[in-house]
Design a protein around this ligand. Structure first.
Ligand code: UT7
Length: 329
């Protein structure tokens, strides 16, 4: 029997208009443009403005553009997965809202939460549906409105994150391109260093949790930085080894955009020239589940059928890993 692979057959993104620059951040917290640029690589990030506008607004825009450019009838989409940590509401799932917003009336849908690794975990999950042979069109959206969970008085986090969405369409392929291998990991011993404490079942929202600012992202940057470098580089190394891949076999390394210094360290450890590493952190900051599809979208014109790509991420949980795929168009 011919092996079915899950291939990305289109990618699209959405970024809100408002640009929060380092200069503007200087007026909000005790920071400066030079520190932010040299310590993180970020120059500006996008912010979704407007009352009542949640992550689904961006997810819908990205998904609509994707369906249009791939000439896909929304009624043919069978499954919508949204990777996010900033769903519009606790429930219903944001994927459900996106499905309605794009007219995917025949699809079932659900959210997946793996923080900054959400897109990779979603890609592996979506691929399983395709590889089973039962699903022909799966839409994966990585979207986060990080500005909704950031304390703009906390300079340790507010300089890093931004809002955005990216979406890919996955379809079966029998020519050998598409997803080849995935290596995904999680370990909650890292939860103490990166989390959002309140609003869940352990610490439901109260006036006190709001007063204590426990509805915002907490991050102890240094341990997360170290774990990110070792988690991403070891998963890339292991994935390449078990697929017998040399650096020169890989056209692009597509890392989660959390910090330019993390990206450069991972590239150095994998012996990757920076010209073949996708980096757009300067424009968007860390958009959590959206960074990787936004890179693919920005580089779509330069990708060619058969190109080997390694995607890698690290994020809250901790969650991390790497995916090896062959670009399909
Ligand atoms: O995507 C999810 C996973 N997240 C990550 O991968 C993020 C990983 N961590 C990081 O990217 C970095 O740790 C940060 C960007 C968060 C922080 O950079 P750092 O180089 O680790 O800085 P630090 O926290 O060790 O702080 C160094 C100094 C401190 O001052 P002293 O104690 O040396 O005087 C901080 O108070 O920089 C100071 N500092 C700042 N100064 C200006 C911290 N934040 C700022 C700021 N502006 N925004």
């Amino acid at each position: 029997m011919t092996k079915i692979s899950a291939a990305i057959t289109g990618v699209h993104g959405y970024l809100p208009e408002y640009r929060l620059t380092n200069k503007e951040l200087e007026t909000m917290v005790d920071t400066n443009d030079e520190w932010i640029r040299t310590r993180t690589g970020i120059q500006e990030r996008r912010i979704l403005k407007g009352e009542g506008k949640g992550t689904s607004v961006m997810g819908i825009e990205a998904a609509k553009g994707l369906l249009e450019k791939t000439k896909t009838d929304p009624k043919d989409v069978e499954l919508v997965i949204c990777a996010t940590v900033t769903g519009d509401m606790i429930f219903p799932d944001t994927a459900n809202l996106i499905a309605k917003g794009i007219g995917a009336t025949n699809a079932f849908s659900f959210d997946l939460n793996a923080a900054c690794s959400g897109f990779l975990f979603g890609l592996q999950t979506a691929s399983m549906y395709i590889e089973s042979g039962r699903y022909k069109k799966v839409l994966l959206v990585g979207a986060d409105k990080m500005s909704s969970i950031i304390d703009y008085e906390d300079r340790a986090t507010c300089i890093i994150f931004g809002d955005g969405a990216g979406a890919v369409l996955l379809e079966p392929n029998t020519e050998g391109v598409g997803l080849q291998d995935a290596l995904l990991k999680s370990d909650a011993t890292g939860a103490e260093f990166l989390h959002l404490k309140a609003g869940g079942s352990a610490y439901p929202s109260t006036a006190e949790t709001v007063a204590n600012k426990e509805h915002y992202v907490f991050q102890n940057g240094r341990p997360v930085f170290k774990a990110a470098v070792s988690g991403m580089s070891s998963s890339v190394g292991e994935l390449m080894k078990r697929n017998d891949l040399k650096t020169e076999d890989i056209k692009w390394l597509v890392p989660h955009q959390a910090n330019i210094r993390i990206i450069e360290s991972v590239a150095r450890m994998a012996d990757f020239p920076l010209e073949r590493v996708m980096v757009n952190i300067e424009k968007y900051g860390n958009t959590t589940a959206a960074t990787i599809p936004l890179c693919l979208w920005d580089w779509e014109d330069q990708l060619q059928k058969g190109d080997n790509l390694i995607l890698t991420s690290f994020g809250g949980g901790f969650t991390w890993g790497a995916i090896y795929l062959k670009w399909a168009y």
